[in-house]
Design a binder for this molecule. Structure first.
Ligand code: R7I
Ligand code: MG
Ligand code: MG
Ligand code: MG
Length: 375
């Protein structure tokens, strides 16, 4: 595996930065954001750094949200236990929530934390299974925090199957819906893949994700819930030509991944409206994770109106500009981009203004230096 310290740091810090910067726009659901608005905000951040950068006291620290609060718990639990300890992980999520419930958590997940605490963690997966009348949450809260597990997997050489087991267990503490579980794994695997790929090849990257998710979705056939409201993308008429074998439905990750492949191989960057129709940039895992992967891959190429920005910067600014669940999508895209490009491409000013970025830098170093003889 080729993963370096720089890429470990890029992955963890990139996630924090996407969350912090994206959270400035999270409330603007349904409104058009666009590159211009994001750029005025970014330029303020950078200007502020020039004025106050050397001072210890940072005046305009942008707070992280639940995405980072939970990702930090994943990181710290994996480091402390040299691997997955389910009860410790559940306890960290819960105690973190109870300490700071105002970090912008999803609308229903608090029920899980309260129930875990009230029952003293008697059944770690029970409360999540009870969500939404036993269907489990399809929210992106599993995926938004999973990137550190992808990073960790490069320390202990987890293969795909083992990585999936770990990702599934971490996710199921709060999300038992199959789409939330699969989406978290896709994000986790994308981070691992970005870390270990030696040569940057976007088609190889997307092809490997497609092959992997074809296997995952085939194995879980019969567990899908295709009919949930609000996520129908069947207005796109290419169901039959999506080319994913058994997965003809538009409600699959493979369908979205094939769409990404088509988009990134066009000569021209797709129009925002087309991208938003396909990926929705929603709070569901099925919408948010492919959206993040798309933003990362498209940003390996030039993005309109972002000619003078590097690839990491483009990834974050472009994902936020497309709107929707901006903190989460920018965070997931930022983790993958950071894993791919390394910490060098993340501007000092962005790190400086984002709460938790320096701690992520330290955590990444600790994870990188772990002695893993116990595994
Ligand atoms: O998934 P979750 O942790 O939320 C994460 C999001 C990220 O954007 C964070 O940045 C934060 O803002 O929240 O939290 P959940 O409460 O499990 O799910 C989020 C929302 O998805 C819920 O409040 C519901 O609106 C919706 N949802 C569902 N609605 C109906 N039926 C999730 N699952 C269902 C369902 O089965
Ligand atoms: Mg959030
Ligand atoms: Mg929110
Ligand atoms: Mg969010």
């Amino acid at each position: 595996m080729a993963a370096s310290l720089s890429r470990f740091q890029g992955a963890l810090v990139g996630g924090v930065i996407g969350d912090c910067l994206g959270s400035e726009f999270e409330a603007l659901w349904g409104q058009k954001i666009g590159i211009g608005k994001v750029m005025s905000f970014i330029m303020k951040v950078e200007d502020d750094y020039v004025k106050t950068g050397n001072k210890k006291h940072r005046r305009n620290l942008i707070e992280f949200t639940d995405d980072t609060a939970m990702a930090r718990s994943v990181t710290k639990s994996l480091i402390q236990n040299r691997g997955l300890h389910e009860r410790d992980m559940a306890k960290r999520f819960t105690e973190e929530y109870l300490r700071e419930p105002g970090r912008g958590y999803g609308g229903s997940v608090a029920t899980v934390f309260r129930s875990l605490a009230d029952t003293n963690y008697a059944d770690i997966y029970g409360p999540a299974r009870a969500q939404f009348d036993g269907q489990g949450s399809y929210g992106n809260g599993g995926a938004m925090r999973i990137s550190p597990a992808g990073v960790f997997s490069c320390r202990c050489n987890l293969d795909m199957q083992k990585l999936k087991e770990m990702s599934d267990k971490i996710t199921m503490i709060t999300h038992s819906n199959i789409q939330a579980i699969q989406g978290a794994f896709l994000q986790c695997y994308a981070v691992q893949l970005a870390l270990r790929m030696e040569k940057l090849d976007t088609n190889k990257f997307i092809d490997e994700l497609i092959t992997t998710m074809e296997t995952v979705e085939k194995e879980s056939k019969g567990h899908e819930c295709d009919d949930r409201p609000g996520t129908d993308v069947s207005t796109t008429t290419d169901d039959a030509e999506s080319g994913t074998g058994d997965n003809k439905s538009t409600q699959t990750f493979c369908h979205r991944l094939n769409k990404i492949k088509e988009f990134i191989n066009r000569d021209e960057q797709p129009q925002d409206t087309e991208v938003q129709t396909v990926f929705k940039f929603d709070i569901s895992a099925l919408d948010a994770v492919p959206a993040a992967i798309y933003c990362f891959l498209q940003s390996t190429k030039k993005i309109r109106d972002l000619e003078d920005r590097n690839e990491f910067e483009r990834t974050i600014i472009y994902s936020i500009s497309l709107g929707g669940d901006t903190d989460t999508i920018a965070s997931m895209a930022g983790s993958i981009a950071g894993a791919w490009y390394g910490i060098e491409l993340i501007p000092a000013s962005w790190q400086h203004c984002s709460e938790g970025a320096y701690e992520a830098l330290k955590d990444a170093k600790e994870m990188f230096n772990l002695k893993m003889e116990n595994i």
